[in-house]
Design a protein around this ligand. Structure first.
Ligand SMILES: Nc1nc2c(ncn2[C@@H]2O[C@H](COP(=O)(O)OP(=O)(O)OP(=O)(O)O)[C@@H](O)[C@H]2O)c(=O)[nH]1
Ligand SMILES: [Zn+2]
Length: 359
């Protein structure tokens, strides 16, 4: 065997294609054994085509299964046997908690056990990385296999999704801002087709001293709309203002909307919060963990910019721990407490009680 064709896709590039397929509603072939499609984007026609191939299985995360009171035999996921003749509405109701309270009885649900749970695990991981609801429909691959579908390998998919993307600088330019005239915006692009991330450098901080730094996760509602449901907008302003006063700092704007679940899922979480669930419960009911962000990106960007030591503006000890674990020295945690309103008091209290934030 010769080496892989240099023009061909790397495993990460290949996964990005598979991700796009799931987002379009196309199934992918996993390990040459099953077809896997995301429930959220599946059309009735494709459901019918999959059902014609044999018994269907719905893979959900253990978090979602817990809400549905479905048995979990595989630690982190459940595989639910789909009754014959099931329509898309049934699958969507299991995937999406929007109507859980209105229609609480969805069962009885029979969980499957045995066989290779790795296929379902890879499908769920791919759906999550596509920022879709983590619910995947599986059916045994027929022979001959349908043509034109993307093939992924379960073990390679799981290993590749764990890998850190390599971020390359793309462009940078001066951007004078209200908070600091000496601003410079740097754009970084990952090698896996994922989201670009930004660094806003204020002044020219010396690289051999701890820099005042902030890891800000994108929040369209807070940053752009001025939503009062969280403290993101005021935190963004306050961090930039503080760096402006000091004449030096770096703010990383990481495109990890909704703690990594994406804006659509964040709005689903907001709907659940309007039904009375807190921010952590809402994530769990959707099938996600509390926080799906990859903070290694922040450490990698700081290193790329030449920083190895920071004074970190945050109330989140997990950010400090993640930076330290990834080779950035956090000499000081600088609290960033702004923007408290009657709309976000409960949200901030939940983050303190359940996610270890310092109020
Ligand atoms: N899933 C989910 N995400 C939310 C919710 N409210 C805000 N977010 C997201 O949470 C993230 C907030 O990020 P940060 O402010 O950077 O981080 P933090 O963990 O709160 O820590 P510090 O602000 O540094 O103390 C953003 O990506 C928001 O979009 C919510 O109710 N559900
Ligand atoms: Zn926010």
């Amino acid at each position: 065997m010769t080496d892989a064709i240099p023009l061909g896709p790397t495993p990460a590039e290949h996964l990005n294609r598979a991700r796009a397929d799931l987002r379009m509603g196309l199934p992918v072939i996993v390990s040459g054994q099953v077809l896997a499609a995301a429930v959220e984007t599946l059309s009735p026609e494709r459901l019918a085509a999959m059902a014609a191939l044999g018994p269907l299985t719905l893979a959900l995360t253990a978090r979602r299964a817990e809400t549905l009171k479905a048995r979990v035999y595989d630690t982190d996921l459940a595989r639910i046997a789909v009754p014959e003749g099931t329509d898309l509405g049934w699958l969507r109701a299991l995937a999406d908690p929007a109507d859980d309270l209105r229609v609480p009885m969805k069962g009885p649900l029979r969980s499957e056990r045995g066989g290779d749970a790795g296929l379902a695990r890879a499908g769920i991981a791919l759906a999550k990385s596509a920022q879709l609801l983590p619910a995947v429909l599986l059916v045994a691959l027929p022979a001959p296999a349908p043509e034109g579908l993307t093939r992924i390998d379960a073990a390679t998919t799981l290993a590749t999704l764990e890998q850190e993307a390599i971020l390359a600088p793309v462009a940078a330019a001066r951007v004078p801002m209200r908070a600091a005239e000496a601003g410079r915006l740097h754009i970084f692009r990952p090698d896996d087709g994922g989201e670009e991330h930004y660094a806003i450098e204020i002044g020219t901080p010396p690289r051999d001293k701890p820099v005042l730094a902030r890891l800000h996760s994108a929040c369209f509602t807070g940053d752009v709309l001025g939503s009062l449901k969280c403290d993101c907008g005021p935190q963004l302003d306050a961090a930039l203002t503080q760096m402006g006063h000091k004449g030096a700092g770096v703010l990383l704007y990481l495109n990890q909307e909704g703690r990594g679940i994406g804006l659509a899922n964040k709005m689903r979480a907001y709907s659940l919060q309007d039904q009375g669930f807190d921010t952590v419960e809402a994530n769990h009911r959707l099938g996600f963990e509390d926080d799906e962000r990859d903070f290694r990106i922040g450490a990698a960007l700081l290193r790329k910019l030449g920083f190895s030591s920071v004074r970190l503006l945050t109330n989140n000890p997990a950010k400090v721990a993640m930076l330290e674990a990834n080779g950035i020295n956090v000499v000081e945690r600088v609290p960033l407490k702004v923007g408290l309103s009657r709309h976000n008091a409960a949200y901030l209290a939940t983050k303190a009680a359940k996610s270890g934030h310092i109020l």
